[in-house]
Design a protein around this ligand. Structure first.
Ligand code: PLP
Length: 456
């Protein structure tokens, strides 16, 4: 086999035509989503009031291993995909490791992350159904930006409730979304009853993701022909992100690359779930022995220190109950610059795979994450998003282990995005003022106390 190139691109013809539905190959399924009022599994009709019909079908599909990506959507994907699988030759050399390191880079579109993969799909189906406006929330802003791009393309109105403190800290994110035509409202706002109630109680609040979700949901329910969309956690989002894994699998086959370890960062679990999907399917079928590692921040350790329980998806306790590893919907993570990883829970699919021992989880501290990010930027040239650098940190750890043992493992990780909007975090790191805040057991107990009663 010839030396693998620095960048492995697929041709348009080689691009995947199907998403990979992990639920169709899992030996045991995750427990179903429950209605918060009746505590019965959510039905199609329940879900259709909030989400587009096709997305509801995908959410509940446990039968079809492959689900076709509509041709029109494949054409949208062609504007920024296939994304490259890159051999980190320069990093390998700097680490002096016998390991081979590869990363799948999702930061090649303007939103700067993998989130566009699901945004494009969700907006496509909304458009097909004749929906005219969408609402969502955004914290760090990557999801809002991705959705604004897709809505601009398909001609849908978009209202984004952006956590107020983030809107103030990242004014340029807001400008990008507005350039794509979205209406960005700092949350809490006076535009919804939920927002007004929060403002009345606490006029100075900087907002939270939970509060922004409540406002976006209310806005969708009270706007004609509108739906709400979510950028992670749900099964249909993981399904859309499986394009990352499918492209990776095809690229690996093309060059005879056989990963021993696959690593991804995990906030709500969508990029990790998408990256590992076809490889995990093969592992379940006994066709490989890949070691999968999900990496989370030590400040928000849902897999490594959370409880496996039914919980709400939002702080406002409006969503269905999801069985997942969770810190409790009332958990307030200490400040951390990986905004996309500050979620109290985790995808039900990833939670189940973890519970069944099919994946490992590791928590890492942000100062170490930024050290890894800086090294990577200097060796490989790409300025990684703080979220992505979590996966990178563990990839470096594993490569250094190979250096000690002399093993020539193949390590592959997901580099989910770029960090151009995270420069205040990089500046803190450079100035030496970045710190690690790890929640104490007592702080975690406060979050667990907000879990719904154990009998539901
Ligand atoms: C949102 C985000 C994540 C985390 O979300 P997942 O659903 O866990 O994939 C990771 N990296 C980047 C760059 C993000 O924007």
């Amino acid at each position: 086999m010839a030396k693998t190139p620095y960048k492995i691109f697929l041709t348009e013809e080689e691009m995947p035509k199907f998403w990979y539905n992990l639920k169709a190959v899992m030996k045991e399924l995750p427990d179903p989503m429950l209605h918060p009022g009746t505590l019965k599994p959510m039905t199609k009709d329940d879900l259709r009031q909030v989400f587009c019909d096709e997305l509801v079908d995908q959410e509940l599909n446990t039968k079809d291993q492959y689900i076709e990506i509509p041709e029109e959507l494949r054409n949208f994907y062609k504007m920024y995909r296939p994304s490259p699988l890159i051999r980190a030759y320069c990093l390998e050399e700097a680490l002096d490791t016998p390991a081979e390191i590869y990363y799948k880079f999702e930061g090649t579109n303007t939103s700067g992350s993998h989130k566009l993969n699901s945004a494009a799909a969700q907006v496509y189906y909304a458009h097909q159904q004749g929906i005219t406006s969408l609402t969502t929330e955004t914290g760090a802003g990557q999801w809002g930006t991705a959705l604004a791009m897709a809505c601009a393309y398909y001609g849908l109105d978009l209202t984004v409730y952006m956590v107020k403190i983030s809107a103030e800290q990242k004014p340029y994110r807001k400008a990008v979304m507005e350039t794509y035509g979205a209406t960005v409202i700092p949350s809490p706002s006076a535009t919804t009853a939920a927002g007004r109630a929060i403002l009345a109680a606490n006029p100075e609040t900087g907002g939270s993701l939970g509060c922004a979700i409540s406002e976006a949901l209310e806005k969708a329910m009270t706007t004609e022909n509108a739906r709400y969309v979510l950028g992670s956690v749900l099964d249909h989002v993981l399904l859309h992100q499986s394009i990352i894994g499918e492209e990776t699998r095809i690229a690996c086959e093309k060059y005879g690359i056989e990963p021993d370890i696959i690593i991804g960062c995990a906030g709500g679990g969508s990029n990790f779930g998408g990256l590992i999907a076809p490889f995990m399917g093969d592992k379940i079928h006994g066709k490989n022995k890949i070691h999968f590692i999900a990496v989370e921040p030590a400040s928000c350790p849902s897999l490594t220190r959370g409880r496996y329980a039914y919980d709400f998806g939002d702080t406002g306790r409006m969503t269905p109950l999801l069985k997942m590893y969770t810190l409790g919907s009332g958990f307030m993570p200490p400040p951390n610059h990986a905004g996309g990883l500050r979620y109290h829970g985790m995808s039900s699919i990833i939670s189940k795979l973890y519970h069944d021992g099919l994946i490992e989880a590791r928590a890492v501290e942000q100062t170490k994450v930024f050290a890894a990010a800086t090294m990577f930027a200097r060796q490989e040239g790409i300025l990684p998003a703080p979220e992505s650098a979590h996966a990178l940190k563990v990839a470096i750890d594993e490569a250094l282990k190979c250096k000690e043992t002399g093993e020539k493992k193949t390590i592959l990780f997901g580099l989910t995005g770029t960090g151009y909007f995270d420069l205040s975090a990089y500046r803190s790191y450079n100035e030496g003022t970045l710190s690690d805040r790890i929640p104490t057991d007592e702080e975690l107990e406060k979050g667990f106390a907000t879990l719904p009663r154990a009998d539901c």
